[in-house]
Design a protein around this ligand. Structure first.
Ligand SMILES: [Zn+2]
Ligand SMILES: [Zn+2]
Length: 363
């Protein structure tokens, strides 16, 4: 597959459309929230509407692998394994063509722009999607650092909520020889970094986990002759509950406002890339465990929720659902230059989803 960045999944969408058309879904929606697609297999009988999601986007990372199927684009590659996730969800189309659901309907959803946290929300807001009203939703993510093929699942919070905060401090520049004639935000920025990081609480525990990571700080221009007049700081805030994240947002803002005031600076802020917590419904996790058991596999809970975020949290807010992991082995890391989705996960991934279908849309 040709990897494409979030919101630009044009070629990927065309490839999927061609593939899905071969397996004659009852309906194929395209152009969902940009380049998203939904292949719908409808029994025509009463029953639950089941949504299975695959994410479509790649990352701005240069692929260091040199195998034959390495990324065809310099600087863009599938370093989160979304190519594998798509292959698994698309792999259900031939099976549904051969054995259509006996009740309810199945939506194979291909969602753009997961990495920026924008795709899932945009799908939910798409008028075409709003007619579908799923009763259950499921998705999987491959998980490095877990045994290859191990099903990883837990009830309630599976992945953290997160949001990006950008703070701008505005002072006034002056000649570097006369700093007293300007208003430099240098000391305020230094204080801000320390104060924000001091907000971190319980980061080794599950209860009230609240983590703020300063990811970027910039001060003035790269000139030896100018006292800086502005500063910009970016931080990512995470927690396992939406309310804890809200509290952390308020604390971070108060902190920035107080420091700006103390140093006589103007302060502006903006929020970016919000992901709600992905909260797994016990009924949905029960179905995944049963599916794993039917294959003779055991599903293992992770020791604690994952600190990263997934925009599938928008779907688990919409309908009972669950995100589960499939272990990807120990020699890989997501978002790193040499990552490669393990092909060995394709068959087990399809089998787990088949088990979910068996439970909900077959008698
Ligand atoms: Zn990712
Ligand atoms: Zn991912």
């Amino acid at each position: 597959m040709e990897p494409e960045l979030s919101g630009q999944e044009q070629v990927t969408a065309r490839l999927l459309e061609n593939f899905l058309n071969r397996y004659q879904p009852d309906q194929l929606l395209t152009g969902l929230a940009g380049h998203g697609l939904a292949a719908i297999y409808d029994s025509g009988q009463a029953g639950p509407t089941l949504l299975l999601r695959g994410d479509m986007d790649a990352l701005p990372i240069y692929e260091s692998n040199d195998f034959i199927y390495r990324s065809t684009y310099d600087g863009i590659s599938h370093k989160c394994g979304h190519d594998g996730h798509m292959a698994i969800i698309a792999g259900l189309a031939p099976l549904l063509k051969e054995t259509p659901p006996q009740k309810g309907r199945v939506i194979l959803l291909f969602q753009p722009a997961e990495e920026t946290g924008q795709g899932a929300k945009a799908i939910l807001e798409d008028p075409q999607f709003q007619t579908l009203k799923p009763d259950y939703c499921f998705a999987m993510h491959n998980l490095p650092s877990f045994p290859l093929g191990e099903v990883v699942i837990k009830d309630q919070v599976f992945a953290a909520a997160s949001v990006g905060l950008q703070i701008e401090l505005q002072g006034a520049t002056s000649h570097a020889a006369y700093p007293e004639r300007g208003k430099s935000p240098a000391l305020a920025l230094a204080r801000l970094i320390q104060s924000l990081e001091a907000l971190n609480q319980n980061i080794q525990s599950h209860e009230n986990f609240s983590l703020l990571t300063v990811v970027s700080a910039r001060l003035g221009e790269e000139s030896f002759g100018i006292t800086p007049g502005e500063a910009r700081l970016m931080a990512t805030l995470r927690s396992y509950e939406d309310q804890t994240l809200e509290d952390l947002r308020q604390k971070a803002l108060h902190c920035a406002e107080a420091i700006a005031q103390e140093y006589g600076l103007e302060m502006a802020f903006s929020w970016h890339d919000y992901f709600p917590a992905t909260c797994n419904h016990p009924e949905a996790t029960g179905i995944i465990r049963a599916s794993a058991r039917a294959q003779g596999w055991t599903a293992m809970p992770p020791e604690e929720p994952f600190r990263w975020s997934e925009d599938f949290g928008w779907f688990t807010r919409l309908a009972p659902g669950a995100l589960f992991g499939l272990g990807a082995g120990f020699n890989l890391a997501l978002h790193s230059a040499d990552y490669d989705f393990p092909e060995a996960l394709l068959a087990p991934g399809i089998r787990i989803f088949q088990g979910i279908l068996n439970e909900l849309v077959f008698d």
